[in-house]
Design a binder for this molecule. Structure first.
Ligand SMILES: Cc1cc2nc3c(=O)[nH]c(=O)nc-3n(C[C@H](O)[C@H](O)[C@H](O)COP(=O)(O)OP(=O)(O)OC[C@H]3O[C@@H](n4cnc5c(N)ncnc54)[C@H](O)[C@@H]3O)c2cc1C
Length: 190
C-alpha cells in the first residue's frame, strides 16, 4: 500500500492499515509533517516552527510504515505504479492520495460584527486572507488580547459554547443516540 502525503489524512490512515497487516509505504515531499492548526501560534511568536512539525519518517516508523521522501509526480493506475520527481518508482496494490489542498484565499470580507473592515490598517485592504477573510482579524484579536489583557471577541469560552453541542452530538451518535448532557463552560473570567 502506498500513501502519498504525511498530513492529517495520510497519518491517520497508517495505523489502522499496518495493524490490519498491510505493508505501507508513506511518501511525502517533506521530511516533516505539519500540524497546521497551530500555525497561527507560530506566526504570532507563541511557538517555534519545530513545535508544530514532526518527523514524518519517525511517525510512519512508529506505526510500522516505511517512509520515502519525494514529490509525487505521476500515477499510472494501469501498472499500479507511482513515480516521484526524484526518480523513485513505487509499485502498489492500493494507493491513497492524501496530498492536501491548495488554500483558496479570499479577500477580507469583514462579514462579522466584530470584524469591521475599518478596524485593520489600510495597508491590509484587498490582501488575500483565509477562512473568509478572518485571518488578519483573528491575529489582530489575539495580539490585542495579549497586549491589553482582555479576552478577544472570539474566545475559547464562546468557541466551547458553539463547539460542545457538536462534539456531544457525535458522542451520542456513536453511543446509539444516548441522551447526554451538553456542558457549559461558563463565561470568560472578568
Ligand atoms: C492555519 C491553519 C489552521 C487550521 N486550523 C484548523 C483547525 O483549527 N481545525 C481543523 O480541523 N482544521 C484546521 N486546518 C485545516 C487542516 O489543517 C487541514 O484540513 C488538514 O491538514 C488537511 O489534511 P490533509 O491530510 O488532507 O492534508 P495536509 O495535512 O495538508 O497534508 C498533505 C501532505 O501532503 C504532502 N504533499 C503535498 N503534495 C505532495 C506531493 N506532490 N508529493 C508528496 N507529498 C505531497 C504535504 O507535504 C503534506 O505533508 C487549518 C489549516 C491551516 C493552514
Amino acid at each position: 500500500m502506498v500513501i502519498c502525503g504525511a498530513g492529517f489524512g495520510g497519518l491517520s490512515a497508517i495505523s489502522g492499515l499496518t495493524r490490519a497487516g498491510l505493508r505501507v509505504t508513506l511518501v511525502d515531499s517533506h521530511l516533516y509533517s505539519t500540524f497546521q492548526p497551530l500555525l497561527y501560534q507560530v506566526a504570532t511568536g507563541g511557538l517555534n516552527p519545530g513545535d508544530v512539525a514532526y518527523p514524518a519518517g519517525g511517525v510512519g516508523r512508529r506505526y510500522g510504515a516505511v517512509f520515502r521522501r519525494g514529490e509525487l509526480a505521476t500515477i499510472d493506475p494501469a501498472s499500479r505504479r507511482v513515480k516521484l520527481t526524484n526518480g523513485l518508482d513505487l509499485g502498489y496494490d492500493y494507493l491513497i492520495v492524501a496530498t492536501g489542498v491548495t488554500t483558496a484565499y479570499g479577500h477580507y470580507a469583514a462579514l462579522s460584527r466584530v470584524h469591521p473592515a475599518e478596524r485593520l490598517p489600510r495597508a491590509f485592504a484587498g490582501l488575500p486572507s483565509g477562512h473568509s477573510g478572518s485571518h488578519q482579524f483573528l491575529v489582530d484579536d489575539f495580539v490585542r488580547a495579549c497586549a491589553e489583557g482582555v479576552p478577544p471577541p472570539n474566545n475559547v469560552w464562546q468557541a466551547a459554547r458553539y463547539g460542545a453541542p457538536g462534539i456531544v452530538a457525535h458522542q451520542s451518535a456513536v453511543q446509539g443516540g444516548r441522551l447526554l448532557e451538553v456542558p457549559d463552560f461558563g463565561d470568560p473570567p472578568a
